[in-house]
Design a protein around this ligand. Structure first.
Ligand code: WQD
Length: 339
């Protein structure tokens, strides 16, 4: 019995694989390495003393994917593979629809052909758009405001329709809020290509002196200090949530949706101050214009997830930033630090 992890060389995938291996699972990974690095598998082995079976390739490659299902007894799938930069998706929507939707359609067709009934899908709180009220529950209105979010929403609808057509399917859709942090070993972590779009990796680059200052995208939101409020969740807690979802679908048919967040919100200025305290150095920042598409406040209601999966996030913001900083200090150039 094996678990196929698509996009497993990525940030959340690699942290989830560590826990799968520590649980004694056989893990097969397919990843095109478009936003990840082969070095991550050496690091996973250093942490777990175990190895994955890695196949480099595109999930939309039907022949390659069928070959994996033929060769291994894939009993469940965790589907991370996909492009995930909001701004890039606005600039190049077709690339996002082709990649994210085609990969998913090829994967789901393969699962059907090889009678694989279990899947955990990596979705995102971005499908909630600009919420009417917070905290956001799984029943909140869905309204993706960018092509990246649209692809996540479309894939959710595809999975829901598959579950209606085949009542034996066992599907968990996980809506992540804002993943941050790194494995406490500092051996794996977030390694964005180029200048980071997201706040915490950007602040980390300022803390190591690679970037001069943080630009705070607006301080005139209707929030306690005027800056954007988000639900930051430790990537290790996120990984644990995937294993809890995998356990849940072992004996629950149908398609269920779960918010993976902490239920707490923190502002941009709180994140910057916490990072300065943890790193013991000043983090220069400048208030600048709002970023198009940003919302004021977004944090999760995690009541139903906690009850259904018997899971809750453990790490607070300070721990997330401590682990993120530890990773950044040990890997100033990410995985590219390796020659
Ligand atoms: C957080 C806050 C910004 C950068 C995105 C995606 C979402 C998910 C997580 C994939 C906001 C502010 C940011 C900066 C800033 N990704 N900010 N200066 O936008 O909440 O969510 O990443 O699933 O889909 O939308 O995360 O880290 O970009 O922004 O002031 O340089 O930090 O305005 O308030 P976001 P973020």
């Amino acid at each position: 019995m094996a678990i196929l992890v698509t996009g497993g060389a990525g940030y959340i995938g690699s942290h989830t694989i560590v826990q799968l291996l520590e649980e004694g699972q056989q893990v097969i990974v397919i990843d095109d390495l478009s936003n990840s690095h082969l070095e991550v598998f050496n690091r996973i082995k250093a942490i777990t003393a175990k190895e994955v079976v890695f196949i480099e390739g595109d999930v939309s490659d039907k022949h390659l994917l069928a070959g994996i299902f033929k060769k291994f007894d894939i009993t469940s799938v965790i589907h991370f593979a996909g492009f995930k930069a909001v701004g890039e998706s606005v600039a190049n929507p077709l690339m996002y629809y082709q990649n994210n939707i085609n990969c998913s359609l090829t994967l789901f067709a393969c699962m059907q052909e090889f009678n694989c009934k279990e899947i955990v899908f990596s979705s995102s709180a971005t499908v909630y758009g600009d919420p009417e009220t917070v905290p956001i529950t799984e029943q909140s209105a869905l309204s993706a405001t960018n092509p990246y979010g649209q692809t996540k929403l479309m894939i959710e609808y595809i999975l829901k329709d598959i579950a209606i057509a085949d009542p034996a399917m066992r599907i968990a859709i996980l809506r992540y809020f804002n993943p941050v942090g790194a494995h406490p070993s500092g051996l794996i972590g977030e390694d964005p290509n180029g200048i980071p779009n997201n706040l915490v990796p950007f602040v980390a680059k300022v803390a190591i002196g690679e970037l001069p200052k943080v630009y705070v995208f607006g301080d005139d939101y209707d929030t306690p200090d005027g800056t954007g409020v988000r639900d930051y969740i430790h990537v290790v807690d996120l990984a644990t949530g995937h294993l809890a979802a995998l356990k849940k679908i072992k004996d629950h048919v149908g398609c269920a949706v779960y918010n993976l967040g902490t239920g707490q919100g923190n502002s941009v200025l709180e994140v910057i101050k916490t990072f300065a305290d943890v790193a013991g150095r000043d983090i220069p920042f400048q208030i600048s214009a709002r970023r198009a598409g940003d919302i004021a406040t977004c944090y999760a209601s995690v009541e139903s997830t906690t009850a259904a999966l018997n899971w809750s996030a453990k790490a607070d913001l300070k721990q997330m930033i401590k682990d993120h900083w530890h990773w950044q200090q040990k890997n100033p150039k990410g995985y590219k630090s390796v020659h």
